[in-house]
Design a protein around this ligand. Structure first.
Ligand code: HEM
Length: 430
């Protein structure tokens, strides 16, 4: 059957369904050959499949194993490998640094709120979920900075709808990027209801942010001298909540399961005055080493941070990368570079006593260059203070298997951000 009738008669060639099928098939075959062999990225090593698709990498987002899979591909193919037809991942330290760079308080008293809540839970349940409490704490700090008002979640002991939405959005962010068509499909197919919720969640977050900002502006108008300055809601609130809470959780976990590291910290904390402030903890040498080692192994940002090669193209670690191609670096690999960090899986704060240049260069827990983390000083401050307050209050803290929590629950589930697989971290005291 002719698909297009030519009313003028005989000028246009007649296309049958059969011809159309072969034409599309032919174009597809040409594209397949081009992406496989003639694309400028074809000289970059990588799995054969990556010449046509990055689906094998994206699918691993679903079970949080993408960073580990990418790391295994680095071990197999070297510091630059092809992720998909138009993207590469780079763990070459010098190259990654060049490209990233060239182109391109009022803290709520964690002792009072967090400490009291944890102590209560320890008394009633004999263990406490520190991830839960650090999340409420970090959210409280950021909401005060953004909206001039805390959400009072620490006092109530649970997340409000906004915090639930933010957490859900954060968890789904990588999936939105990797499978945008699933979000679209969710609007039509009831099977994908889970993804459909993403759109509603996003809408609720945007309107909450707008309302809170309007309320704050009114407060400033009515009381120009009285209202505190805020960072406003333009600061993406997710960036400062789970990142801090998860990193802090892993810090406490890593320290409390290693007797030598733990005892050293406790001895150092005993030198603090009773009414210590951040000014005191900032100067504690061993606490600071522990912070660095936590950022290296468990810093919340371990997944790929993508960048687009500018139109004039670039050379990276010996490979020519065409303009428009995407390249990424992931801290999971950079921070496990064996030359920079011997025995990379070991949590060893002492490696930061005299770090080599290689270690300093490969270390980028807050990103580098003009788009690095704007909250890094706040995050460091929260981590130092909370760790000191926590171990002063609970010096015998250790990971708990009460409530049936196996160690495997603490295995990092890495999408863009890190999250313990079990979404909790139970601690008990002796
Ligand atoms: C341990 C805690 C944290 C870690 C590990 C972390 C890590 C990072 C990283 C790696 C980036 C760069 C992302 C990229 O290159 O695409 C980033 C960006 C950012 N971070 Fe953080 N962050 C933390 C805490 C915070 C806090 C507390 C805030 C809020 C005050 C914050 C706000 C931001 C913002 C707004 C950006 C985007 C900057 C831009 O795009 O120019 N972060 N963070």
């Amino acid at each position: 059957m002719a698909l297009f009738d030519d009313p003028v008669g005989g000028i246009l060639p007649k296309f049958s369904g059969f011809n159309l099928f072969w034409s599309i098939g032919g174009l597809y075959a040409l594209w397949t050959l081009y992406t496989a062999f003639a694309n400028p990225l074809s000289s970059v090593p990588g799995p054969l499949l990556s010449r046509w698709t990055d689906l094998h990498v994206r699918l691993r987002l679903l079970n949080g194993s993408k960073a580990r899979y990418m790391h295994s591909l680095h071990e197999q193919y070297g510091p630059v490998f092809r992720v998909g037809p138009n993207s590469v991942d780079v763990s070459d330290v010098a190259g990654a640094r060049d490209i990233h760079k060239a182109r391109f308080g009022y803290l709520k008293d964690p002792n009072f709120y967090v400490g009291a809540n944890m102590a209560k839970e320890l008394e009633t349940k004999q263990c406490t979920d520190i991830l839960h409490w650090w999340t409420l704490f970090a959210m409280g700090v950021i909401s005060e900075l953004c909206f001039g008002e805390s959400f009072h979640m620490l006092e109530i002991g649970k997340k409000n709808q906004y915090a639930e939405d933010i957490a859900e959005m954060g968890a789904l962010l990588p999936l939105r990027g990797a499978f945008p068509w699933l979000i679209w499909l969710a609007g039509y197919v009831p099977l994908f209801k889970f993804f459909n919720n993403v759109a509603h969640t996003r809408h609720r977050i945007v309107s909450y942010g707008a309302n809170q900002t309007a309320a704050y502006m009114k407060l400033v108008e009515n009381n120009p001298g009285g209202a505190q300055r805020t960072l406003f809601s333009s600061l993406y609130i997710t960036a400062g909540t789970d990142t801090t809470a998860v990193t802090l959780t892993y810090l406490i976990y890593a320290v409390s399961r290693d007797k030598e590291v733990h005892d050293k910290l406790i001895r150092e904390l005993q030198t603090l005055p009773e009414d210590f402030t951040h000014r005191h903890v900032r100067e504690l040498p061993y606490l600071n080493l522990e912070l660095e080692e936590t950022f290296r192994l468990y810093g919340a940002s371990q997944g790929a941070l993508p960048r687009v090669i500018p139109p004039e193209a670039g050379k990276l670690a010996g490979f020519h990368l065409p303009g428009g191609a995407s390249f990424s670096t992931q801290n999971y690999s950079m921070h496990r570079n064996e030359e920079a960090f011997p025995d990379p899986e070991k949590f060893d704060p002492s490696r930061w006593e005299t770090p080599t240049d290689k270690a300093k260069n490969a270390f980028m827990p807050f990103g580098i260059g003009p788009r690095n983390c704007i909250g890094l000083n706040l995050a460091r401050m929260e981590l130092r203070l909370c760790t000191a307050l926590f171990f002063r209050a609970f010096p015998t803290a250790k990971p708990s298997s009460k409530d049936g929590m196996p160690e495997s629950e603490m295995e990092p589930h890495i999408n863009f951000l890190v999250m313990p697989r079990g979404h909790r971290c139970l601690i008990e005291v002796e």
